[in-house]
Design a protein around this ligand. Structure first.
Ligand code: ATP
Ligand code: MG
Length: 568
């Protein structure tokens, strides 16, 4: 990738142009001021959609902008101010996007919650974030927020859709549509400063209790440009990001980046279904597709026959984030969908994509690609107060990013010590380990917490999992280290088999032998256990810490993001 971008200059230039930076302004107002205000901002695919019932809801940039004027004015009238936090707890309905952008327009802070959370995780997040308003669907609110309402003393406004009237007596409850009908439609915009808080995102809780990462308005400069560099986003593209806005990907790239780049945001209201996904990709002629390894593995699970009837040749660029993308998955998608998947790496804390395989790069399957232009990444082996030891090529180190890219988080809510621990000198420490090869490509090794120390070797679970997945019977795998008095840690692999294969002692021995042949006796798992589902976060990440806790009979820790029924 080119290396010419100076992000500070980009932010300053943007500031000079307008005197302020506001995410909603960048996402909507520029396009509406231009000639293409009637182009489609959102193409919403309702639950009832099928290729035989193809009705969708199209929302133009102009309509979305006008709706955000109304919503921002309505919030203002209610008394919401700059910096006040609005949480959303909603499935992917069109109104959610008006709420997100309208909140940002007013300079208030938007914090999306994943709608499948229960009351406990919701309470933890809303009280940490000092929620002043919530947007929700009546059914979700009744089940999940009503029981904890008394524990949310800062909450003033409850904006509801789909209420049958039974919640109207709850103090602060307001009907969204009535609010919008009565709202002032005049243009409104808070001229936010670059470092004003805009978004509050909670991490996935893969390694422990989820952390609340604070993000600022200047992040939009990065959201926009990184969409072009890493996702090949162009004006009028049909862009499908399959992540829910409840996670950072679903906001940075599921709302902000595509709109800033003048694309059409395709939003599917339904949960995963392989046939539906193929139908959507084909029917809407998706140009750019952004998804996750878990989703790809679910497509694999649905089999090779299904995609045979589809032509996906219009997909210009496809990428994946959130978890290591196994070479086996890239190969399957290439062979069966004829699409090249491009892995990229980032975190809730980074606010935007940091490393990527871009459209011009040759994909090395298993590599996360290279840092985006102007982003300085280093691998740190060790550090003391006055010295940092960097890893050489092909040596493991912790991924560190030089401070100062515009979408960097500015705090962990209520945890300044944890925040300051993330930095050494000029570098932000990500907690992930990687290696760089001689061509400058980065290869994920594992999270620092998941790395296994065995017989004097430091082994990343990803390397071992890739080999397990390479066995024809294996659909998914997770690898952990179990304390061992002789070798430090013993490698144990959990394996989900493909549908056509039965769990048997012989199958186990075959997989073990395959791993030993490929990895050598020292790095191969000593033991394999079949499992029907791996425990995963609701955002699809394997919770290795939970496998380990269960194995060792230790407390399971924070399970607020655990996907229901996983791990059985
Ligand atoms: P927590 O910090 O609460 O444990 P989390 O780190 O899973 O949760 P996120 O910020 O949502 O929360 O996820 C970022 C992490 O996901 C990265 O630090 C990395 O471990 C993993 N990840 C993201 N993209 C990739 C990728 N392309 N390859 C490998 N790992 C990835
Ligand atoms: Mg993390």
């Amino acid at each position: 990738m080119e290396d010419l971008v100076n992000w500070n200059e980009k932010v300053t230039a943007q500031l000079k142009e307008d005197g302020f930076i506001n995410i909603c302004h960048e996402a909507l107002d520029r396009k509406v001021a231009g000639s293409s205000r009637n182009s489609t901002a959102i193409r919403y695919v309702p639950l009832s959609w099928s290729s035989e019932r193809p009705e969708v809801i199209d929302i133009s940039y102009e309509k979305l902008t006008n709706d955000t004027f109304k919503f921002a004015n309505a919030l203002k009238k209610l008394g919401m101010k700059k910096g006040d936090v609005l949480f959303s707890l909603s499935t992917r309905v069109p109104e959610l996007y008006t709420v997100a952008l309208g909140t940002l327009r007013l300079g208030s802070v938007f914090s999306p919650l994943f709608p499948a959370f229960g009351p406990g995780p919701i309470l933890a997040r809303m009280s940490k974030g000092k929620a002043k308003a919530v947007f929700s669907q009546a059914s979700l609110f009744r089940k999940k927020v009503l029981p904890i309402l008394n524990s949310l003393p800062t909450l003033r406004h409850i904006v509801l859709i789909d209420d049958d009237g039974s919640l109207k007596d709850v103090p602060g409850a307001i009907d969204f549509f009535q609010l919008m009908d009565e709202a002032d439609p005049s243009p409104i915009l808070e001229k936010t400063e670059p470092m004003d808080t805009a978004l509050l995102h909670f991490t996935s809780g893969t390694t422990g209790e989820p952390k609340g990462a604070v993000h600022v308005h200047q992040a939009v400069v990065y959201h926009k440009a990184s969409g072009q560099y890493a996702l090949d986003l162009r004006e009028n593209d049909v862009f499908w990001c399959t992540a829910d806005p409840g996670w950072v990907t679903g906001t940075s790239y599921g709302i902000i980046s595509p709109l800033c780049n003048g694309a059409t945001l395709l939003i599917d209201s339904a949960e995963f279904n392989a046939t539906r996904w193929y139908e959507i990709l084909k029917h809407f002629k998706v140009d750019v597709w952004y998804s996750a390894p878990t989703a790809m593995r679910m497509l694999m699970k649905a089999g090779e026959e299904l995609p045979k009837d589809y032509d996906f040749s219009h997909v210009r660029f496809a990428s994946s984030v959130g978890e290591p993308l196994n070479p086996e998955v890239i190969k399957w998608v290439k062979e069966n969908l004829h699409i090249t998947l491009h892995d990229n790496w980032w975190q809730t804390e980074t606010g935007g994509i940091i490393m990527a395989n871009d459209a011009k790069m040759i994909v090395k399957p298993g590599s996360m690609g290279k840092p985006l232009p102007g982003i300085e990444v280093a691998l740190i082996k060790d550090f003391t107060i006055d010295q940092i030891l960097f890893a050489a090529n092909n040596e493991q180190g912790e991924i560190a990013i030089r401070k100062g890219w515009p979408s960097m988080f500015t705090a962990y809510l209520e945890n300044p010590e944890r925040y300051s621990k993330c930095f050494v000198g000029d570098w932000y420490l990500s907690g992930d380990l990687a290696q760089k090869d001689q061509d400058g490509y980065y290869w994920f090794v594992g999270r620092k917490d998941d790395v296994i120390k065995t017989s004097g070797h430091l082994i990343g679970p990803f390397e071992v999992e890739n080999v397990l997945m390479d066995h024809p019977a294996v659909l998914e795998s997770a690898v952990i280290g179990i304390p061992d008095p002789v070798i430090g840690e013993m490698i144990k692999g959990y394996v989900v088999l493909k549908k056509a294969f039965a769990q048997s002692e012989e199958q186990k021995l075959q997989i073990l032998a395959h791993a030993r042949k490929r990895l050598g006796a020292a790095l191969a798992p000593r033991e394999i256990q079949f499992i029907n589902n791996l425990p995963k976060t609701r955002s699809g990440k394997i919770m290795r810490r939970l496998l380990k806790a269960r194995e060792l009979g230790l407390p399971e820790g924070d399970l607020s993001t655990l996907e229901e029924a996983s791990g059985s």
